[in-house]
Design a protein around this ligand. Structure first.
Ligand code: UDX
Ligand code: UDX
Ligand code: ADP
Length: 470
């Protein structure tokens, strides 16, 4: 019979583990939830008296305020967390490998492996171990092998796959009302019991019909597949945006018309400067690597093209900026509004903004950046990684960081919208126009501005997916 879970430990207090387990604690006051991490600074931030949490996510602070100290705890004592728990979520980072076999494609499972080995080393009672990080297929199998080879007599481990589908910026609403919760298990009696134990945790707030239970490998593959298909929609619409720009069609109208087909649906069809975030590219490259290891080169090529289209979209947009500014931006001053990979997050991983700014700097332009949620240190770190051969002093000579959108736009020759922050719509564009050198150019990589209004003010506006010709 399924165990009744009363203590949960989550290993990894990042973007996935933190919000997910904070919501589990909020919704299950009878379960004690401890989130552990090796990173002392991160844990201190989660525990900070003034709720200066390590990640920004709308609604998260409210959840932590309600549950922290009641049944939600943050700690660096990983071993104690493991020892006390009946159920352990593994939500450590799984970056793309930087060297060795599969470099640039395969996931680096080092962190998953060490967390798993730690569980095996310290556990003295039965544990349900839940793979929560996005990982390639069959990781659960490797975790099981490690746990079984190292377990003490009388301790059982059951492995589940329970991928997280939350999107950053809407993590809390996604967790409160998930489209679905997916749990994969071995199709044995023990596997099904473990699956039911976790399902009962979610059933505290998620309707039963939204809790899907499948085999371990289907669950692992579904996560990669969902992200690959979402990213594919964006690459498809972005590919069409290039046709629109060349013909005078409008991608907004095209996407709207296409999305009316109920088989296609209206969501996630916004053309952009390119998708970013920690998941899409990483998961597709994982799928490409998996396909290649399974000797399916056509399948690998198919998915790889989704990432290539995204790279093309980013460089195509940079090129539009250069072309429009009379084929050179050397020595020119540009404002880039937005540095995060999407609005309502401070996360910059794989942000399209970074690629654009790198391109502008390579053309020797001066760039002023403004983002409401990204701190300066992160910007400097990302730019030095994007331009490894540039000393930081050189970067700082060409880049400045502004405290407001209006300040960033002061006396620029071009303004580039890279992230769809709502406040960029609301700045006084007349005031921006008045102190710009003329002609004044705006490049909207997110289709958020009122183009007609800006044109009336006097701006020349270039929008992703909109042709000049009628
Ligand atoms: C994604 C998935 O949505 C989520 O289910 C999964 O768990 C993790 O990966 P996330 O990366 O946080 O979530 O954000 P998402 O909203 O999916 O956006 C990803 C990127 O695509 C962003 O750069 C966004 O700006 C871009 N995007 C999204 C578009 O360019 N157009 C769209 O229509 C939607
Ligand atoms: C299609 C479009 O659906 C329709 O809107 C357009 O006007 C004309 O082209 P049609 O070709 O008649 O219509 O049939 P459709 O149901 O779309 O199927 C096309 C093919 O895709 C068939 O061979 C069908 O078997 C296949 N298919 C469809 C799948 O393999 N899987 C699916 O999930 C759906
Ligand atoms: P994600 O976006 O997948 O949540 P993050 O990088 O935001 O990724 O968070 C992962 C967290 O996992 C980091 O804070 C990291 O310190 C932590 N971590 C990695 N390995 C271990 C481990 N073996 N034990 C505890 N915490 C770990």
């Amino acid at each position: 019979a399924p165990v009744k879970v009363s203590k949960i430990c989550c290993i990894g207090a990042g973007y996935v583990g933190g919000p997910t387990c904070a919501v589990v604690a909020l919704k299950c006051p009878h379960i004690q939830v401890t989130i552990v991490d090796l990173n002392q600074a991160r844990i201190d931030a989660w525990n900070s008296a003034d709720f200066k949490l390590p990640i920004y996510e709308p609604g998260l602070e409210e959840v932590v305020r309600q549950a922290r100290g009641r049944n939600l705890f943050f700690s660096t004592d990983v071993d104690k967390g493991i020892r006390e728990a009946d159920l352990i979520f593994v939500s450590v980072n799984t970056p793309t490998k930087k060297s060795g076999v599969g470099a640039g494609f395969a996931a680096d499972l080092n962190y998953v492996e060490s967390a798993t080995r730690r569980i095996a080393a310290v556990a003295t009672t039965n544990k349900i171990v839940v793979e929560k990080s996005t990982v390639p297929c069959r990781t659960a199998e490797s975790m099981r092998t490690i746990l079984e080879a190292n377990s003490k007599p009388g301790t059982r481990f059951d492995i589940l796959s329970n991928p997280e589908f939350l999107a950053e910026g809407t993590a809390i609403t996604d967790l409160f009302k998930p489209d679905r919760v997916l749990i994969g298990s071995l199709q044995t009696q023990e596997g099904r019991d473990a699956c039911e134990a976790l399902a009962q945790v979610y059933a505290n707030w998620v309707p039963r019909e939204r809790i899907l239970t499948v085999g371990l490998w289907s669950s692992e593959l579904s996560k990669l597949a969902a992200n690959a298909m979402l990213a594919q929609r964006i690459s498809s619409v972005n590919a069409l945006s290039a046709i629109c720009e060349a013909t005078g069609a409008n991608i907004d109208e095209v996407a709207h018309a296409v999305g009316f087909d109920s088989r296609i649906g209206p969501k996630f069809l916004r053309a952009s400067v390119g998708f970013g975030g920690s998941c899409f590219q990483k998961d597709i490259l994982n799928l490409v690597y998996l396909s290649e290891s399974l000797h399916l080169p056509q399948v690998a090529a198919y998915w790889r093209q989704v990432v290539e289209m995204n790279e093309y979209q980013k460089s195509r947009f940079s090129k539009t900026v250069v072309d429009t500014l009379f084929n050179t931006i050397t020595g020119k001053h540009l404002a880039v509004l937005g540095f995060a990979f999407k609005a309502d997050t401070g996360d910059t991983r794989e942000s399209a903004s970074i690629s654009l700014i790198r391109d502008f700097l390579q053309e020797r332009a001066y760039v002023t950046i403004y983002d409401p949620k990204v701190d300066d240190a992160q910007i400097w770190l990302d730019l030095s990684e994007a331009l490894p051969s540039w000393p930081i002093e050189t970067i700082k000579k060409h880049v400045s960081i502004a405290r407001s959108a209006l300040e960033a736009c002061r006396q620029k020759e071009g303004i580039v919208i890279a992230t769809e922050w709502k406040e960029f719509k609301e700045i006084s564009w007349q005031a921006v126009y008045d102190q710009m050198s003329k002609p004044a150019f705006v490049f909207d990589g997110r289709m958020i501005l009122d183009v007609e209004k800006l044109q009336q003010i006097g701006f020349t506006v270039k929008v992703i997916g909109r042709g000049d010709r009628l």
